[in-house]
Ligand binder design. Sequence first.
Ligand SMILES: C[S@@+](CC[C@H](N)C(=O)[O-])C[C@H]1O[C@@H](n2cnc3c(N)ncnc32)[C@H](O)[C@@H]1O
Length: 453
Amino acid sequence: MSFDEETRHFPSARETQVGLPARRAAAELLSAVIDKKQPLDDILGRSLAIGWMFDLPQRDRALARAIVATSLRRRGQIDRVLDTFLERGLPEKAGKLYPILLSGAAQLIFLKTPPHAAIDLTVRLTQHDACARRYDKLVNAVLRRVAKDGKRIVADLDAPRVNTPDWLWARWVSRYGEDRAHAIAAANLVEPPLDLTVKSNPEERTAQMSVRVLPNGSVRLLPKGRIEALPGYEQGAWWVQDVAASLPAHLMGRVAGKRVADLCAAPGGKTAQLALGGASVAAVDISKTRLKMLSTNLARLGLNATTVAADAATWSPDEHFDAVLLDAPCSSTGTIRRHPDIPYLKSPKDINDLAALQARLLDNAVALLRPGGTLVYSTCSLEHEEGEAQIAALLERNRAIQVNPILPNDVFGQADWIQSPGFLRTFPYQLDLGTPEWSGMDGFFAARLKSNK
Ligand SMILES: C[S@@+](CC[C@H](N)C(=O)[O-])C[C@H]1O[C@@H](n2cnc3c(N)ncnc32)[C@H](O)[C@@H]1O
């Protein structure tokens, strides 16, 4: 990928004359992710609604988001460059010095920011930070060297490897082998396209926008500007959902007239699919705030579901369901393309803790099924513990459950999305549409199970 491709949708500093506020927002966001382990989307959501990004014009927000995403996607490469020029390492107790340097170097190496603007604004940003301010000359000196030699240094590095933290790399190599680990990591470096699940007539949508129609009928476009400004948003004609995320609901087969429990339902992409398919859906989620988002989304789409705020691991209504969809909370390592903060938020311990929660959720999901009912379990994780191993353990614990293998026909003829013994397993490097920016899909796991009780 060229540097220009990475920034194709984002204005450069020269074009917009944006300055310090966008850079400050970027450094704040990076600090929140790296130092405080806060998910980027959560902070963005909060700061857009009430916080320090609230007053920023849309273009500044887009630039801040681009600087943050690039800094995180390319963090490994940028760190190598900074290490080369920080002869004595990073000083201690230096406030936001590291996020400031990271964001400045990202602009110089990977974004189209003119060097004088990137250096000047980053030095001024340093001078605004009470703890980092005494290092303004260091920032100036380091960034001048980055401007001169940064691109040459990163060009010699194996970008997919260097930008993947060691713990994740080791996991993927041991599970999938070096070549596939490399392909996963390479796909994670590319800004992903935007997939929309459309209520009807994908071809009609094609006429209005520059899009591709995917094998499942999703419409793919290159993200540009606000999602709410795309045609059909107000009319509720579509919702945002990666092609891979749309597959678990398809695995339920025909749901018209069926009673379906959607456990862990918010923000409701899969609930919407089930409701559109004619199911009567109970949408369960532990988070009231996220359930509100689900209700708002369904209202825009003109679709209905009953919402239930409950812990799906213990929820026990007075009914059994024809089908249960459990789209469990997970490490989300299949969605790093969209969420480049994930490698810096999650740890091996999180994966173990989440796997324990998934097992409890699965046991309750089985208990909610009527005899002969269908359970679809899915996660947007590439980790074995949250996918294949989870199902193997369930089958050991519960003899009344068996695998109902997923067949190519269930996934629009895409046999390479299926692995023995009939599980869905997609990777970020799949769905090649010719160029990196149009290609890829989230990494997902799904299993379809049947109750024999
Ligand atoms: C992967 S997201 C679900 C995405 C959703 N299925 C969709 O397609 O839009 C996981 C959801 O699980 C919810 N969650 C986490 N723990 C839960 C629990 N114990 N019971 C119910 N929901 C839970 C979270 O609030 C979050 O909304």
